[in-house]
Design a protein around this ligand. Structure first.
Ligand code: ADP
Length: 356
């Protein structure tokens, strides 16, 4: 543990009856760091967050904040949530409907003298650009405004760490991007350490300094966004962040034969079944000149306009003669369906994993 870690979770386990929801999770959030815990729905993310906050009784493991142990059942330590110095933001904002915006934000400031409390409420509402709504009630606010008040309320007591559970999921898509951006800027400006739970890979890539990717109660990989995207530990990680093309093959003499040629498979065992992957944006297509194709000569199946670019589908055959549909992402105008093109994939964009 580093002395400056805002939050450290060590070896957490959690069972609901006979279901193991959290299976040996360890993670840390350093001071000023925004960390995303991401994974498919039901993999145990919210439970981890609730264990960190003390909202769920810890069964096994240890939770520390700023170097102080706040949860450790083996030592009978269980600091209640209100004394953990955590700020909480949930998907449904959870504002008190009978309190004004100002009183909602003041709610967690009972320890602060009244005169300072007012100033703090105004300051933090100014930061989220909601100072003009001090006397408004939550029902009179839009979803985005309620989210900003929820954020202000969580930040007002200057928590050691902010815990956010799917905080943007309740917002429509256009608003979500704006509120995400504003939230990130605010966290950065205040140097607030944050652990954000999301099922949305793009949100994790956008927000995080570091990502922990969870699957079935376990952390499968952690690191900066680019590391998980470009150096995924397995096929699950690779395909979680964006669609990947997959071609199956078998290792023979340290190589895998397939439509992309004979690929080196130095770390794989003889006879092992593997999946060769690459992302749609890594592929390039060039015109075929005469009967010369500089790359794999393929026919375009269909093309789809996506606004930000095009997706093109081509059909290839794997080493066992099975058809495999590949996706290609292009920015410029694509070739037409039925045209033959030369397909190329740079070798550093190709990853190989054991078949699962
Ligand atoms: P996530 O946040 O990744 O969607 P959760 O932590 O909410 O996952 O849930 C993990 C697993 O535990 C799921 O299978 C879920 O159905 C189960 N679960 C969550 N909360 C409870 C509960 N209070 N009682 C029983 N099972 C629960």
């Amino acid at each position: 543990m580093q002395p400056h870690d805002a939050l450290v979770l060590q070896d957490l386990y959690h069972d609901y009856d006979r279901l193991r929801a959290v299976d040996g999770v360890s993670l840390s959030v350093r001071a000023g760091e925004v960390v995303c815990l991401v994974g498919p729905s039901g993999c145990g993310k919210s439970t981890v967050l609730r264990l960190a906050a003390g909202l769920e009784a810890l069964q096994s493991g240890r939770v520390s904040m700023r170097g102080e142990v706040v949860g450790d059942p083996a030592k009978r330590i269980g600091v209640p949530p209100e004394r953990r110095h955590v700020g909480l933001v949930f998907q449904d904002f959870a504002l008190f409907p009978h309190l004004t915006v100002g009183d909602n934000v003041a709610f967690g400031l009972s320890q602060v003298p009244a005169a300072d409390r007012d100033k703090r409420v105004r300051d933090v509402l100014r930061q989220v650009e909601m100072e003009n709504y001090l006397d408004a009630y939550p029902h009179a606010l839009s979803g985005g405004q309620q989210q900003r008040v929820a954020l202000a309320r969580a930040l007002a007591p200057e928590p050691s760490v902010l815990l956010l559970d799917e905080p943007f999921s309740g917002l429509d898509e256009r608003l979500r991007e704006q509120v995400r951006d504003d939230t990130l800027r605010l966290l950065r400006r205040n140097g607030t350490a944050a652990l954000l739970v999301t099922h949305d890979p793009e949100e994790a890539l956008f927000m995080a300094d570091r990502i922990y990717l969870m699957r079935a109660g376990r952390i499968v990989q952690s690191g900066p966004p680019q590391e998980l995207y470009y150096r995924p530990a397995d096929l699950f990680v690779a395909s979680f962040f964006s669609r990947v093309n997959e071609i199956r093959g078998v290792v023979r003499d340290g190589h895998v034969e397939g439509p992309l040629g004979r690929l080196c498979a130095p770390d794989r065992q003889e006879g092992e079944r593997v999946v060769v992957t690459f992302r749609p944006e890594a592929v390039s297509l060039a015109p075929v000149l005469g009967d010369q194709a500089d790359g794999l000569n393929v026919e375009v199946q269909d093309t789809h306009f996506l606004g930000t670019g095009w997706v093109v589908h081509v059909l290839v055959q794997d080493a066992e003669g099975r058809d495999v549909k590949l996706s290609v992402r292009l920015h410029g105008r694509p070739p037409k369906a039925g045209e033959r093109v030369a397909l190329r994939v740079p070798s550093d964009a190709i990853l190989m994993f054991p078949e699962t």
